[in-house]
Design a protein around this ligand. Structure first.
Ligand code: KDG
Length: 315
């Protein structure tokens, strides 16, 4: 069974209903969100073994987060609990064209931002095939960045693969700050996951998608490089060979978390079979389903995904 352990912050996500503006809302939906826990949950739901590491304030908000993640079979026993700091929150107002979706973070000085990188028992990485994290964690604080760097070096030492999604968030840092911090980190990544927009705007690669993915592979030398293309599907490069998967036709309900769902599908199948084409197909199917489900969490089964993948292949 493929296994991953991810590391990052999760927050309570409050979203307005029926496209209401935050200013007018008198009710908000309360859910859990966080790129790395989204990934672990999606991975567990596919049948993988998943754990999630974080640091959380021990209060009802923190317990809400851990419980919602555990509910899907993710091991949260390595979470570091503290009585200090706070649980991050974030607010979403979904837009309808031409009004954009708005996100407001309220997460400064959260528990994980104050993590001491040495308080994580990194030895546990030995028990997993892959260590997964994203650029969001690196952006949170200098301590988080150090923790990611230590986690990656420990993973290397233990022969645990590292998968990493650039996951640029403009509310956390500038593209220049992100590039400066991430460029050295990405050189130590085995499975590199990046959107075409982050590749262009943060990692400053240009040209056709083929040229972009080759540049990324040469610069960072990952075992496998994955470039997601939004509504145009996704592509991967391994051993100089390019693989592509076409997107699904879909109606968007909530696109947040689709990238994490893609990553989980790709990494799960890549670890399971090593088949890049199949990994892309599962990633794309996961992303498509994620767009149709309110909230960040992938309430899906492997059977449902296999069915749409088969239907797509025969369409
Ligand atoms: O990938 C989805 C995440 O962006 C969302 O869950 C919130 O983790 C989050 C963040 O930091 O933006």
């Amino acid at each position: 069974v493929p296994s991953v352990i991810s590391f990052g912050e999760s927050m309570i996500r409050f979203s307005t209903k029926n496209f209401e503006r935050i200013e007018q809302a008198h009710e908000l939906e309360m859910r859990v969100a966080g790129a790395e826990s989204n990934f672990a949950i999606a991975f567990a739901r596919l049948g993988g073994r998943a754990a999630w590491i974080s640091k959380i304030t021990n209060n009802p908000l923190g317990r809400f987060i851990a419980n919602k993640i555990r509910e899907h079979g993710v091991d949260v026993s390595h979470v570091i609990w503290t009585n200090d700091y706070r649980v991050g929150l974030y607010f979403i107002e979904f837009g309808k064209k031409p009004r954009p979706t708005q996100v407001i973070y309220d997460r400064k000085n959260s528990a994980i931002a104050n993590i001491d990188p040495n308080e994580v028992d990194w030895e546990i990485l030995k028990d997993y095939d892959t260590f997964h994290t994203t650029g969001i964690t690196v952006a949170l604080s200098e301590n988080c960045k150090k923790a990611v760097e230590i986690g990656i070096s420990k993973a290397k030492e233990f022969g645990t693969r590292v998968s990493f999604d650039v996951n640029y968030r403009s509310k956390l840092w500038s593209p220049e700050e992100a590039f400066k911090a991430l460029d050295p980190i990405l050189k130590n990544v085995d499975i590199l996951l990046v959107t075409k927009d982050d590749a262009r705007n943060v990692l400053k690669v240009d040209g056709t998608y083929e040229e972009m993915i080759h540049t990324l592979a040469e610069r960072y030398n990952a075992e496998v490089t994955v470039l997601t293309l939004g509504s145009e599907g996704a592509m991967a490069l391994k051993d100089d060979r390019i693989y592509k998967a076409e997107p699904y036709e879909l109606e968007v309900v909530d696109r947040i978390g689709a990238g994490d769902a893609f990553d989980a599908g790709f990494v799960y199948e890549y670890l399971r079979s090593g088949d890049i084409q199949k990994a892309l197909e599962l990633g794309i199917a996961m992303a498509a389903y994620a767009h149709t489900i309110p909230g960040d969490i992938m309430f899906v089964t492997k059977d449902e995904l296999e069915l749409v993948i088969t239907q797509k292949a025969h369409a």
